[in-house]
Design a protein around this ligand. Sequence first.
Ligand code: HEM
Length: 500
Amino acid sequence: MPAIDEVLSGRNRRVQKQDNDEVEDEDRLTAVTNCYRNHGSTFYFTVGRTVRLSIADPPLIKDILIANSESYSKPLHIRKLGVLGDGIFASSGSTWSPQRSLFTGAFHTKEVKSKIPTMIDCAHSAVEKWSRELNDGYSELDMYQKFAELTLDVIGKTAFGTEEIGGASEAASVIGSFNRYLLYCRELVFGPPATFPTSLRYVQRKHLVSRGIAAEAKWLRTYMGRIISARRNSHHSGAAETVSDRHDLLDVIIGAVDNIGHSEEGAKKALNEAPDQTISEKRKRAAEMTRLTEKQLLDNALTVLLAGHETTASLLTWTIYLLAKHPLWQKRARAEVEEFCPGGVVEPQVLSHLKLLGMILLESLRLFPPVPLIGRMCIKDNKVGPDLLIPEGLEIVIPVAVLHRDRTIWGDNADEFAPARFGNGISGACGNPLAFLPFGAGPRTCIGQTLALSEAKAVLAVMLPLFSWKLSTSYRHSPDVTLTMMPEFGMPVVLEKIEK
Ligand code: HEM
């Protein structure tokens, strides 16, 4: 059996090929799941010189993510990856909490609802473009690429109020840069991939990877810096439609840098003092007081651009894959959309009625969680469960993708696509909410989950009545299981126009 670090980096596949060229490679998700089925749910493993403790047991996870959350920070390497820096995703403790308060209002359900018409418009423009690419009514498209462009367009318009990011040439450069950046990061954290050239010494390779990360981070920071400057200029010129009509996430974070009177101290005080206030009142006050540095402004803008498009693109991609493999469910989902959206008109308020589509999305998040691992670093000795002592400095890995396929939790059909299991919600499906962690849990839970689920529903509701699809014969199944669950060789799908 290969070691877990080899499975995570994909290096075990080279071994398999040498052993038997005829054998089709086991995909990494299956390999890593089997590894856990053999090792058990809690064990140590090493990547290079770093020792990590892997935990896939819900009660222990609860202690780490919720009960003892203050004893953990994000892993050190996340901060070193150049793009996320000191922003909300990568920071911890008192640097993180005022930022979380600042973001909470911008991601409130009411705010998200107001963005749904934009999401539907973006989906319509995308499907029109795809329709133009069809020959004689059908064509093979890489849906991973298409969804990455579409989700970038949505986050560009909803969070940054700009058409620019979704524009064809801009989108290709931004997606290309983020993809290269993520591949370099994966290598830095999990070691070189199967294609690692043996002629190149490890140290040289590491140097090359660090330079690659720095170059992509620099490009992305310059790019985002331009968008921020343009917005500041429009504030200074006082252009009415940009200042008063648009109060999006970019305005919120720029305000936290430019507004005089905001201070980190003030935000901390607002969170810690005034015992008579409710937690939401404290948070509101802290958000009003939060002061960000210029660096944090950029870090947060890039965090939202990356978190906001890559993960939702992954969710849509694997949902399309599952519906291609299960045409009956594709038909059922289409029938539901046709019932609630007559004439292909998707009204924002209808999304909450698309129950079947909601169950399909949850099942897709279970089988292919876009964030397959959650990492933490212990910053204070503490005990989890009845007798496991976690020492300061130890890195923890929570293998979400594996937890979601645990047969003792999900039953013998854990590896199968069975959306009906979510008919009675998450608790009905697994009996323990800590066994289903696509968006994490506890104080660091995903801030964009409502946005992501609304967006995915809106896109599928626009797409389903127009096209049917199946997997292309060129598809190679290789879900990544490290930073994000991207399909290593894309998602080539044959899209066919449905004639009315
Ligand atoms: C299907 C889509 C998505 C998935 C599966 C997902 C998953 C996650 C997970 C697992 C975490 C917690 C990581 C941890 O505990 O270490 C997280 C955090 C976060 N997500 Fe998402 N995410 C999605 C979409 C989004 C979107 C659309 C946005 C923003 C527009 C977003 C912004 C964030 C931010 C800012 C955090 C950090 C929160 C904090 O630390 O306080 N995510 N996400």
